[in-house]
Design a protein around this ligand. Structure first.
Ligand code: PLP
Length: 378
């Protein structure tokens, strides 16, 4: 299989798998236990927290391990509205967020909150003017992702923080950086973000693992109450194998970040050029500001059919976010694309393990897809 779906998930890096295996089979203690194995596990969790914090550019004490990016997003939204409960019931987010932000916002609408869903331009980017126009005195949260998972667009999160400062707003700024972590250089401080969500399985860690950055000084509310782990904010025995894998992947990704970014930028540019040259009718819809994601379309050819055809030929790519499970993408829907272009959308997402030869093979397969599917009348 040739895999171009790294925004959906990545293979676990060998170093991350080794770290998890060691923790599962040898250093498997419960960090809350008082004996030597427990103490060793507790020490390692803190070392792993420090490693992920270093890769993110924050203090270890500002990073809380979660079970996934979805949990981090839900927690961030809940935390911001709880802290802002005496100030207002207005939220700003975007129409192109992941469901992990959109669904909690929709639930809050049922509780009387007003939510502004800002729409992107045709490239998938949110204009900063839209944030300026939507900001109200009673806005308690602006939640804007750093990198969109279906277009690769980088959103103007740092500019939003400037707008909030300029208007003396006390709204908290959350960014879902699940797709941006180690793909785009940033720190929570450089963005001016109060809350930042990460997920391990997008960077070579394991599924079921993530983290939420909570700026020091924010009086966070517990997400899960119980045994008091994660400074009492997120109880539950720490998922030590997943945390060990997350740290190993983050350490490696941070060490090689700049060279990986350069490689991915070059590979994506090659892919876009090759696909446009070899596949008649292919349209580049979003080049993607982030180095690893772009979106193209075979207008009028249903993407589900093309994805299945390519899968049969040994290629994995997707018709948008894996989370849609076959439903039309709300991201492409928000971009004001013509129906044929929207119907034919395909997302490509790369990792440093991908090669130009794989791109060449994909171009050949897409060319045969256009021929075979025309012949089959689809
Ligand atoms: N946010 C974005 C932008 C994502 O792409 C994803 C996963 O696809 C998530 C959140 C959810 O992360 P997880 O799969 O760890 O719950």
């Amino acid at each position: 299989m040739i895999y171009f779906d790294h925004a959906a998930t990545t293979a676990v890096l060998p170093a991350a798998a080794d770290a998890a295996y060691r923790v599962m089979t040898r250093d498997f203690g419960n960090p809350s236990s008082l004996h030597a194995l427990g103490k060793q596990a507790a020490k390692e969790v803190e070392e792993h927290r420090a490693a992920v914090a270093k890769a993110l550019g924050c203090q270890p004490g500002e990073l809380f391990f979660t079970s996934c990016g979805t949990e981090g997003d839900n927690w961030a939204v809940q935390l911001a509205v709880h802290l802002g409960r005496h100030r207002g019931k207005h939220i700003i987010t975007t129409a192109v967020e992941h469901a992990a932000v959109l669904e909690p916002c929709k639930a809050l609408e049922q509780q009387g909150y007003e939510v502004a869903y800002l729409t992107p331009d045709h490239t998938g980017r949110i204009p900063i003017e839209a944030v300026e126009a939507a900001l109200q005195e009673d806005t308690v949260l602006v939640s804007m992702m750093l990198v969109n998972n279906e277009t690769g667009a980088i959103q103007p999160v740092a500019e939003v923080s400037q707008v909030l400062k300029g208007r003396r707003s006390s709204a908290l700024l959350h960014t879902d950086a699940v797709q941006g972590f180690l793909k785009v250089p940033f720190t929570p401080k450089s963005l001016g973000a109060d809350l930042v969500t990460l997920s391990a399985h997008k960077i070579g860690g394991m599924k079921g693992s993530g983290a939420l950055y909570i700026r020091s000084g924010l009086r966070a509310e517990p997400l899960i109450r119980g045994g008091g782990q994660e400074k009492g904010l997120r109880s539950g025995t720490e998922a030590t194998p997943q945390i060990a894998a997350f740290a190993a992947a983050a350490e490696l990704g941070y060490k090689h970040r700049d060279e990986n970014i350069a490689y991915l930028q070059d590979l994506k540019a090659y892919a876009l050029e090759t696909l446009q040259a070899k596949v008649p009718g292919l349209a580049v819809v979003a080049e993607g500001d982030a180095p690893h994601i772009c979106a193209v379309s075979l207008p009028g050819r249903p993407s589900q059919v093309v994805v299945r055809y390519l899968s049969d030929k040994g290629f994995c790519l997707s018709a948008g976010s894996a989370c849609h499970r076959g439903k039309a993408s709300h991201v492409y829907g928000a971009m004001n694309l013509s129906k044929p272009v929207r119907d034919g959308m395909l997302r490509l997402s790369f990792a440093p393990s991908n090669t130009r030869d794989e791109v060449d093979a994909l171009a050949e397969a897409m060319l045969s897809a256009t021929r075979d599917l025309v012949a089959a009348g689809r």
